[in-house]
Design a protein around this ligand. Sequence first.
Ligand SMILES: [Zn+2]
Length: 81
Amino acid sequence: MTNGDEHDGYVAGRYRDGSLSDEWTDVARCAGGTFTRYVARCACGWSGRPRPATAAGASAARQEWFLGHVMSLPLDAPAPV
Ligand SMILES: [Zn+2]
């Protein structure tokens, strides 16, 4: 989502076995039922709250990453573009 080194946000899907998809998985392209939840994640290790595995859940997760994480970073941290 960004070119920043530290803060690269994405929506991860939680598989039925509890593991999370990686940064390169486009959860919107996976078959329905692949994931039980969507979770916003950031390359720095931050993760958001579990969301329903729906399009609305994905956009809520993306919004949470930006508003709840990126916007709360210290001002001297490199800002994602
Ligand atoms: Zn981050």
